[in-house]
Design a protein. Structure first.
Ligand code: SF4
Ligand code: SF4
Ligand code: SF4
Length: 337
């Protein structure tokens, strides 16, 4: 008798499509996934239309993976449809988890973005200052529509209820294998799914599993922050010990540290552990300590933050590259920077 299969749907929002490629990166293990799951909706993998998803009965899809942030009304609508149709909804990748790189647009707002793109860009000729409209009637009276561009970028759970999170930009092969094992065990009745809200990764920091970790007893002190482009890093030594910004102390482990292995510092795409409220704040604290601005890592004054931040060319991009919509700052409009 043929085994009972679950169904899978993949839908993207404001995404670079890297997370679709990450699914392909299951490589030969994709066959194991397809033995237990039928892909019923994935505009990247099969020929389907949005109306096909909308026509499916509610809760008829076992697991839905939504990747990408929510930037416009189309992304939000399809997030809601996915929530309705899927029994389990997973925010897959840093954009769905925390807003990701598109979330950096929260340093601006719709008005400023439109002004730059549709008026100020040197290749734009737009003397009447026309902006995209959500509805427009052509000369034959037909109504053409465009999704509404939101004023800010959202993570998936700002819009709909999310069951699980798979972080990283994009989730690595190691993480995909963890999901595969989890689903297989569940389908075969050998294990329950984890508690709702679980981030499917580790609860320790990347430093805790990094082979370069100099150990807690070693008190790292450096004179200044260096950029990876300025130095030829020692492949065996902790990046922070070399003065190179590495977000390992403020980042969740579980990706398998592919960047460190490739002699590149961590940029923090897994987001913070559940014990940390704000990834950037936690990293600022760690850097303040290694620069000798303060010995403890509890609280930093505004003056100390300024002293520290003045050494870093793009503090927001460094500390909140993947997590701005999920941070305590949430958004910072340009004029106030
Ligand atoms: S998490 Fe990274 S790879 Fe995935 S959609 Fe966002 S930017 Fe692309
Ligand atoms: S700071 Fe970076 S290089 Fe150093 S131990 Fe942590 S993850 Fe590894
Ligand atoms: S090492 Fe850092 S940047 Fe690289 S995948 Fe892991 S969390 Fe992301």
């Amino acid at each position: 008798m043929a085994k009972k299969k679950i169904t899978l749907a993949l839908k993207r929002g404001a995404s670079c499509v890297g997370c679709d490629i990450a699914v392909v990166n299951f490589s030969e293990k994709l066959f194991e996934l397809l033995e237990i799951a039928d892909v019923v909706f994935s505009p990247t993998l099969i020929d389907v239309k949005y109306k096909d998803l909308e026509a499916m009965p509610d809760k008829s899809i076992t697991i839905g993976l939504y990747h990408g942030a929510v930037r416009n009304s189309e992304n939000a609508h399809l997030a809601e449809v996915m929530r309705k149709k899927c029994q389990v909804l997973i925010a897959y990748g840093a954009c769905a988890h925390m807003g990701g790189i598109p979330g950096l647009a929260n340093v601006s707002n719709r008005e400023k973005i439109f002004e730059t793109v549709y008026k100020k860009t040197f290749s734009t000729e737009n003397p009447e200052g026309v902006y995209p409209q959500t509805e427009w009637k052509d000369e034959k009276g037909r109504t053409l529509t465009l999704p509404e561009f939101f004023d800010e970028v959202y993570a998936l759970d700002d819009i709909v209820d999310v069951d699980y999170y798979v972080p990283a930009c994009p989730p690595t092969h190691k993480m995909n294998m963890q999901i595969l094992e989890l689903i297989k065990a569940w389908v075969e009745g050998k294990a329950e799914l984890p508690p709702k809200g679980t981030v499917i990764a580790e609860e320790k920091t990347l430093c805790d599993e990094c082979p370069r970790n100099p150990g807690k007893e070693k008190n790292i002190k450096v004179d200044r922050i260096r950029y990876i482009s300025e130095v030829n890093p020692d492949p065996d030594k902790c990046f922070l010990e070399q003065g190179i910004l590495c977000l390992g102390p403020a980042t969740r482990a579980g990706c398998g540290a592919p960047c460190i292995e490739a002699n590149m510092p961590c940029r923090g795409c897994m987001g913070p552990t559940s014990r940390v409220m704000d990834q950037g704040g936690s990293m600022l604290s760690a850097i303040a300590s290694i620069l000798g601005i303060r010995e403890d890592e509890i609280e930093i004054s505004e003056e100390e933050i300024e002293k520290l931040v003045s050494q870093i060319k793009d503090p927001l991009g460094c500390f909140y590259r993947f997590s701005l919509p999920r941070s305590l700052l949430r958004r910072v409009v340009e004029d106030r920077r």
